[in-house]
Design a protein around this ligand. Structure first.
Ligand code: RAM
Length: 333
């Protein structure tokens, strides 16, 4: 072998050594949220970035449309496929219309999972739900019951009308009202949609208060619609006669607890949700799991998360917040 050849062989050897010991390119994982400017998703991104740091060699790209539409997310996924990201985690604005594009991503070798708000199972490998949907729906009715003494009219200010997660929860809220005699004197009079926009949610809540003079409660299963509804109750002079409950960030709802507009509400930890999703996606990219029933992901400080039937994964039970614990939680998320 001449000296040049020996040199070339050595150079190739050194290069491959470097690439397997830290000079390898980072895995690019996209976190596609329903919409930007939403505190819930920003908190989930904090957890996602934390997981990326812990795992090493992972870059999380936080992205999403400005308003929560499936069209906006389809455009973003199209461009993520072109950029050849290594994995896509998405909170879906629609369970069906994203399937075609996410299937295309998977055909190109990019694993897709949903978190928070699911895509139908043909369009993703696994879905990480924050908690059992039935549990969430029934719990919301119970919290509303506690706030209005299980009596009177209440209305819902939801997120967007196509959102998978909110629609599932609302379905279970209706089921609880029908099935459980405890709620027989409570009446759901309307379901409206604030599209996870503060202004629109505020206007919807205001319209409900004006349209239903007997209204006793507003339930908002969205972190954006919840504080917006609280503000509408105050501005309409209804403190003490209309109570708001729902799913919200303690940091954004604390003020309404103090003003006696909110007695109690629930949420899971969005930081943990984003954190767990990145661990799950890394296992999918590295083919440590296939996303089948019985697979288990070792998700760092969150411990083992098993895959159930239909690729469903579930994080835990929601926390309930009230005047007693709100100050402890509002600095956290
Ligand atoms: C909003 C979004 C999200 C939901 C929370 C509770 O931020 O709609 O999907 O999980 O509220």
């Amino acid at each position: 072998m001449n000296r040049k050849l020996i040199f070339a062989v050595l150079a190739i050897f050194a290069l491959s050594l470097f690439s397997s010991t830290g000079f390898a390119k980072d895995l690019k994982i996209a976190l596609v949220v329903k919409n930007l400017g939403n505190g819930f998703f920003e908190a989930s991104n904090r957890g996602a970035q934390e997981a990326a740091k812990e795992l090493g060699g992972v870059e999380v790209i936080y992205t999403g449309p400005t308003t929560p539409t499936a069209e906006g997310q389809i455009e973003i996924i199209r461009s993520l496929i072109a950029q050849k990201v290594d994995g896509i985690i998405i909170s879906a604005n629609d369970p069906d219309s994203l399937v075609t594009i996410t299937k295309r991503a998977m055909q190109r070798g990019i694993p897709v999972m949903s978190y928070d708000s699911g895509i139908n199972s043909q369009g993703r490998i696994v879905h990480l739900a924050p908690s059992d949907s039935k549990f969430i729906g029934y719990q919301q009715v119970e919290l509303m019951g506690q706030a209005i003494d299980y009596k009177g009219e209440f209305a819902i200010v939801s997120a967007s009308s196509q959102a998978t997660n909110q629609n599932e929860w609302i379905g279970f809220m209706k089921e609880a009202l029908e099935k459980d005699a405890k709620y027989k004197d409570m009446k759901l009079v309307a379901v409206t949609y604030g599209d996870d926009q503060t202004d629109k949610s505020y206007r919807e809540a205001q319209a409900l208060i004006r349209k239903y003079p007997e209204l006793k409660g507003i339930e908002a299963p969205t972190s954006v619609g919840f504080p917006a509804s609280g503000k509408a109750v105050i501005d309409e002079g209804k403190v003490g006669s209309i109570y708001v409950t729902g799913l919200g960030l303690p940091s954004e709802v604390a003020g309404y607890v103090k003003k006696d507009v909110v007695k109690n509400f629930a949420l899971w930890n969005p930081v943990d949700l984003g954190y767990s999703s990145v661990y799950i996606m890394k296992s999918l990219i590295n083919k440590e799991i296939a996303g089948k029933n019985g697979d288990v992901v070792k998700a760092g400080r969150m411990g083992d998360i098993p895959v159930r039937e239909d690729g469903l994964m579930v994080m835990g039970s929601p926390f309930v917040f009230n005047a007693e614990n709100i100050d402890e939680w509002s600095p956290v998320f």
